[in-house]
Design a protein around this ligand. Structure first.
Ligand code: SF4
Ligand code: SF4
Length: 324
């Protein structure tokens, strides 16, 4: 089942796509990753020449939103090209195989790529009672993660559940759900938080790992700085209203109709790092604040318990006092 979802892993992508397409993809990725122009040629050369990067994708306590974000990104160029550069050897949701054949093929893919594959995880890891609340083929996610992570080159935690526990880890957290970094500490780990994460961030990190063999620059939460460079507030187009104390106070008042700041409707953009306001969603069409809903803070540790969606938390209020 090598290359379960893509072309044969042994062949380089250049056999299937034009040099121009590789260059275009590399330019886009390097721009997203805030890499210098000189990195474009290096990325294109390595992606075109190297065999596809083997990827094993494990889905634990999740809702499939993270997979949907990448696979249905409404950016056909992005999703089709990233799948040209990786060999997605195992993914529950996307693969055709099932049952014992799927599990056997995953083990074969791991055995053939020890120390070389990237392990992607979406969903939180259940730890309570030995992790028995979430299993795959009778194996607890907790045990599977430990078993497979030891052979991985690097781990990418996709989504806030895999990064920090997310919704599965919200109080009262009945399954003892935690993020990957609570379990594995001896491998390079990249957290791409977000519920779900922006697809460009997933593709950018995978492209960087495939081309350069190492993670991009990370912040203190192990998130790629390029995709978490500033708060949503710092780049929000409604900030001009915030500064002038012009706020919507309900979703159907005059302020809401005029597009005023959503702070008093619970917007958590002041304390939430993401490129939502600039990269946006659905191929750059829009993002929640643009459609009239405040930021819910989904990329931060502690999401979902840092205050209700429509209320500001104490940390949020003190940030506002500082950030006048
Ligand atoms: Fe679903 Fe959000 Fe968790 Fe991803 S981070 S698995 S979208 S709940
Ligand atoms: Fe934008 Fe929210 Fe900041 Fe208001 S509080 S400017 S809506 S990010």
């Amino acid at each position: 089942m090598s290359a379960l979802l893509t072309k044969k892993q042994s062949s380089a992508p250049s056999a299937n796509i034009s040099r121009r397409a590789v260059l275009k993809f590399s330019s886009y990725m390097c721009a997203l990753l805030a890499l210098p122009a000189s990195a474009v040629a290096a990325m294109a050369e390595r992606l075109a020449a190297a065999p596809r990067q083997p990827v094993i994708w494990l889905s634990f306590q999740e809702c499939t939103g993270c997979t949907e974000s990448l696979a249905r990104s409404f950016a056909p160029t992005l999703e089709s090209l990233i799948f040209e550069f990786i060999s997605l050897d195992y993914h529950h949701t996307l693969q055709a195989a099932s049952g014992e054949a799927a599990e056997r093929a995953r083990d074969e893919a791991i055995a053939a790529n020890r120390g070389k594959f990237i392990l992607v995880v979406d969903g939180a890891v259940s730890t309570k009672d030995g992790g028995l609340y979430s299993t795959i083929a009778g194996v607890a996610n907790l045990d599977m993660l430990r078993m497979i992570a030891k052979d991985a080159k690097a781990i990418v935690a996709v989504g806030t559940c895999a990064s920090f526990g997310g919704i599965a880890g919200a109080a009262p957290n009945p399954t003892g759900a935690v993020g990957v970094e609570e379990i594995v500490s001896d491998k390079p780990l990249i957290n791409i938080s977000g519920c779900p994460p922006i697809p460009e961030a997933i593709a950018g990190v995978l492209a960087h790992l495939a081309a350069f063999g190492k993670p991009p620059e990370l912040d203190r939460h192990k998130r790629p700085v390029a995709f978490f460079p500033a708060t949503v507030h710092q780049r929000c187009y409604r900030r001009t209203f915030y500064r002038r104390d012009l706020f919507a106070r309900s979703f159907d008042d005059e302020g809401a109709r005029k597009g005023y700041c959503l702070y008093y409707l619970g917007c958590k953009g002041l304390v939430t790092r993401s490129v939502c306001a600039t990269t946006k969603w659905n191929g750059g069409t829009s993002f929640p604040i643009q459609s009239g809903h405040g930021c819910i803070g989904c990329t931060e540790p502690g999401f979902w318990d840092q205050g209700g969606i429509y209320q500001s938390s104490e940390g949020h209020r003190s940030k506002r006092r500082r950030d006048r």
